[in-house]
Design a protein around this ligand. Sequence first.
Ligand SMILES: C[S@@+](CC[C@H](N)C(=O)[O-])C[C@H]1O[C@@H](n2cnc3c(N)ncnc32)[C@H](O)[C@@H]1O
Length: 191
Amino acid sequence: LLRRAFIVKASQARTAPDFSLRSIASTSGRLDVVLRSIISAFKTCDGIRENVDFYAILTGPPNPPVQLWISGMEKPEIPENEIELATIIKRLLAGETIKGYHISKASFEKTILSLMKQYYIFYLHENGEDIRKTHFKPGSYAFVLGDHVGLPLSDERFLEKLKVKKISLGPISYLTSQCITIVNNELDLLE
Ligand SMILES: C[S@@+](CC[C@H](N)C(=O)[O-])C[C@H]1O[C@@H](n2cnc3c(N)ncnc32)[C@H](O)[C@@H]1O
């Protein structure tokens, strides 16, 4: 199986458990984008993908950065329901331990540099090379994605310096969670 990691930079997502579960999008700095991305990364009708790791770098107030890492191999519980998933993230931010979920203070840069040791990294961008032209040998691949406003310029420059290749799913700008579904499907078709 092709091992996959998804890294979503959530520029405005709150870094404290102080958002409302009744209006997640408007009180959490759009954590809803991350929640849908997690569901797309792991869930299938048959269960969860154990060959996936998911990282979100939350850089909203009051305590950035926070790295959220969910490890498929540890068989985390991933609810299909965004509110239940938000409840889990809230409990984590409050310091609880939950199987398969990990919180740390790692920045975007630190996360990328550390993942480079285990994964071949791509940056998903509309203007990159077509993903269907990429030759995926058996191995581990990590995909960097922006949130609803895209990746900040400084992060794009950082990836450029590291010679991270841009790959594209097509000319249309898809939602972050939709991109994850498409990448999972493209890699599934190669297996
Ligand atoms: C909603 S889009 C960001 C749109 C934002 N307005 C911008 O201009 O960057 C969210 C993320 O999905 C990824 N993405 C969207 N469409 C894509 C495509 N066609 N190919 C590759 N990645 C894509 C990019 O990583 C992007 O940062």
